[in-house]
Structures are given as structure tokens and as C-alpha cells.
Design a protein. Structure first.
Length: 218
């Protein structure tokens, strides 16, 4: 069945459309949603079957880790048993926003999320729509980019539909996304915090929060 394309405001989405999309996710479906940069494929972050479906749609290795998008900081408690103090400081300062934090995963997190690493990358996105969707579902949603593996990411709903005419149940059309640099990724799962991807946030903003921060090799 071809995907439904539903217009929605990315900053102030209608509650009925969010409920409709959340219902699809709750049943194991796939919903394409805009984010601050590109469109993504959202599935229930606790559904191993749905995560596998999304990776197969992309043609991506199912052993690859999957980013999870949260409704708010409190939702991080669903995916991690213990969070370091540095997590709370960074989350308060930079969420919602373009910072992905890698933490030790709870045993409740499907291995399809961690890719066998025992960790999970999480973010509270700056755009309201994915936050509302995670809140309506009551669980984190995936932040898988909506493109075939190795192809450029999508910035509008038409391109999502072109590449995924089947397999995606709904496309929430929030208009064109801005593209640009991805989120910065900071790994807090080890003894020393380290930057594993330099994204839109410059590294120097973390200095007050993370003494001894390890930078990526150049």
C-alpha cells in the first residue's frame, strides 16, 4: 500500500495527526518525519521487528546502531539504567537541540538499537514534531535517516515518497527541511567522555561541562 502523505506543521503539529501517526508506530509501522536537518524514518524504538523493517527499507546493515529521539530529558530513563552527572548537565544545557549523547543502554533496549555495543545514542530534537510524536507514543522513536543507504538524505516529503513508495505507512509532510550539518555526538559511556562526531555544535562549548574531553582523531 502506498504511503499516506499528511501535511503537518513541524513546529505546532495538530494533535489528531500526531495521534494517528503514533497509532501507526504502536502497531509496528513506519512513519517518515521531518527533523531539524533532514527527513527520518520513525519507528517504535522498543520494537525489534519495526527497527528491522526500517533498516531493510534503507538497505542498511541490521547490526548498525540506531539513534533514538526522545520527547524530553525524562524519557532518557527508559533507555539507560544509570546516567552520569555529565549527562544531566549537558542535557539541561543543550536539549532540545543538535546534541546526541551516547550512554550505556538499559537491558530493556533491543539489541537492534545498540548494534551489540551495549550503548545507545539519544537526543531530544530541536524540532517540535518528533518530540510530540515520541510523547504520544510514550516511548522513544528511531532517528534513522530516510534515504537508501549510501544515497543523499531527503529534505522534502516528495523525495521520501519517490524512494519509498511502499513500506512507509505515513509521511508527515512538514515542508522542506534546512539540511546542513548533523548533530554533534558525545560519547559518555566510557571512563572519559569523547567527541565521536563533530557536528553543528562546536567542540569548545563542551569545555565547561567535560574536563578532559577526548577529541576525535584528525
Amino acid at each position: 500500500m502506498a504511503a499516506q502523505i499528511i501535511p503537518v506543521s513541524p513546529d505546532d503539529p495538530r494533535a489528531d495527526r500526531i495521534r494517528q501517526a503514533a497509532g501507526i508506530l504502536d502497531r509496528g509501522g513506519v512513519v517518515a518525519v521531518p527533523t531539524e536537518t533532514f527527513y527520518g524514518l520513525a519507528v517504535d524504538g522498543f520494537s525489534a521487528a519495526a527497527l528491522g523493517t526500517a533498516n531493510r527499507l534503507k538497505g542498511k546493515d541490521e547490526g548498525s546502531p540506531v539513534l533514538l529521539l526522545l520527547s524530553d530529558r525524562a524519557m532518557a530513563g527508559q533507555v539507560a539504567d544509570e546516567l552520569p552527572e555529565s549527562f544531566h548537565a549537558l542535557a539541561r544545557a543543550f536539549w532540545p537541540g543538535p546534541l546526541t549523547l551516547v550512554v550505556r543502554a538499559s537491558p530493556a533496549v533491543p539489541p537492534e538499537v545498540s548494534g551489540g555495543r551495549g550503548t545507545v545514542g539519544i537526543r531530544v530534537p530541536g524540532l517540535a514534531l518528533p518530540r510530540h510524536l515520541a510523547a504520544a507514543l510514550g516511548r522513544p522513536i528511531s532517528g534513522i535517516s530516510s534515504n537508501h543507504h549510501g544515497r543523499p538524505p531527503h529534505r522534502n516529503a516528495v523525495d521520501v515518497y519517490r524512494d519509498f513508495p511502499e513500506g512507509v505507512d505515513m509521511i508527515l509532510d512538514g515542508g522542506p527541511t534546512p539540511g546542513g550539518a548533523p548533530s554533534t555526538i558525545v560519547d559518555l559511556s566510557g571512563d572519559c567522555p569523547r567527541v565521536i562526531r563533530q557536528g553543528i555544535l562546536p567542540i569548545n562549548v563542551f569545555a565547561p561541562f567535560l574536563p578532559g574531553l577526548e577529541l576525535p582523531a584528525t
